[in-house]
Design a protein around this ligand. Structure first.
Ligand code: GKE
Length: 336
């Protein structure tokens, strides 16, 4: 367990970054938290971090400032969202290469001890994801390269930048490819939300408004795996503490269709079966995706624990609470 270390978390105001800060604080570390968003829009409030910054990490001077006197750096920051965002903001997503590149340059100058990069399943070759219920993607399936346009290329490029900083300047790096992380304190509206939160929101709203249908992007047959945030954090910290420096899947292999996920959410909500209005023109991403977890089991002796139905129940209940609060103010989790 990492403790008594001076740790910088970039993207601390976001979903995964916020959960990571909480866990590192609990383990007894000295945290510097940074995010481009003003602190009042951070997804979680931390009153016991040592320093917090609202700075744009695409600017190298900001990276130089926050990496001073730091032991470990976790780069959890990028301009991203679900398919609704990344399909329509490819140039924006690509600019996140500036964050990772300027951070690595600054980490070299400030002699940090170890560096973590949050990569993504969007780095995988899309040609291997043309069918539903595919075999889990193995780490080598990122090459030959044909990742998700924009965002996927940014992740793949940044993975390689990490590797070259390790090869040329001896900075130990750890790289996780996250497979659709979901859970409380994540975006659920406004355009950046991913499918689990979006569909929870739609079922909650249909139930509240006594409607009998929900809009679903695509035909609902597309398949995915989804990893609950607590498993994501556990896997991330185990990887960070390992001595494995190549990209590793941090994901679930519990592959479901979107239709199946909607059924799970309907059961959680207790609502009657809703009519699915399939919107074939909406952003769909790949046809099927799953995480092969052989490598993560081999190197970390760990795999995800939380089943989709259990993670969705926690997520659904949290979103329902947030929506009930929205009467008073627009939730920070609905920013686009
Ligand atoms: N976002 C969203 N909202 N997706 C929906 C909706 C909806 O209301 N209804 C159905 N879907 C379908 C999408 O069309 C897509 O086929 C599937 O759910 C998953 O969409 P997603 O969660 O937005 O994103 P993807 O899994 O396709 O891709 C995401 O993968 C992550 C890594 O696994 C990326 O957007 C990144 O968030 C990330 O790389």
């Amino acid at each position: 367990m990492i403790k008594n270390k001076k740790i910088l978390v970039i993207g601390a105001g976001g979903f995964i970054g916020g959960h990571l800060v909480n866990r590192l604080l609990k383990n007894g570390n000295f945290i510097t938290a940074a995010d481009i968003k003003p602190k009042e829009y951070w997804f979680q409030d931390f009153d016991n971090v040592n320093n917090h910054y609202s700075l744009d990490m695409k600017e190298i001077e900001n990276c130089r400032k926050v990496t001073k006197n730091i032991d470990y750096v976790f780069n959890m920051a990028c301009n991203m969202g679900g398919m609704g965002f990344i399909e329509n903001n490819k140039a924006e997503c690509m600019q996140s290469v500036l964050i990772n590149t300027n951070l690595l340059i600054s980490c070299r100058e400030n002699k940090i001890e170890k560096y973590f990069f949050s990569s993504s399943a969007c780095a995988y070759n899309t040609r291997k994801q043309k069918n539903v219920f595919i075999e889990g993607l193995k780490e080598e399936d990122a090459y030959p390269a044909d990742p998700e346009d924009g965002y996927g290329w940014e992740k793949l490029f940044s993975e390689r930048m990490c590797r070259h900083f390790m090869e040329d300047y001896n900075i130990p790096v750890r790289i996780a490819r996250y497979h659709n992380i979901y859970g409380p304190y994540g975006t659920f509206d406004g355009g950046r939300e991913k499918a689990p939160a979006a569909l929870c929101r739609k079922v909650i709203k249909a139930k509240k408004n006594n409607e009998n249908k929900i809009e679903v992007w695509g035909d609902g047959k597309q398949t995915r795996t989804f990893l609950y945030i607590d498993d994501c954090i556990e896997g991330t910290l185990r990887l960070f503490e390992s001595n494995y420096s190549e990209p590793v899947n941090i994901g679930s292999d519990e592959q479901v269709s979107i239709n199946q996920m909607i059924e799970i959410i309907e059961n959680i909500s207790g609502t009657k079966k809703l009519e699915r209005v399939y919107q074939l023109d909406k952003p769909k991403g790949v046809r099927g995706r799953s995480s092969n977890n052989d490598l993560v089991k081999k190197i970390l002796n760990w795999s995800f624990k939380i089943q989709l139905k259990d993670g969705l129940k926690k997520t659904y209940n949290w979103i329902d609470t947030e929506i009930n609060k929205q009467g008073s103010n627009i939730s920070r989790f609905t920013k686009s």
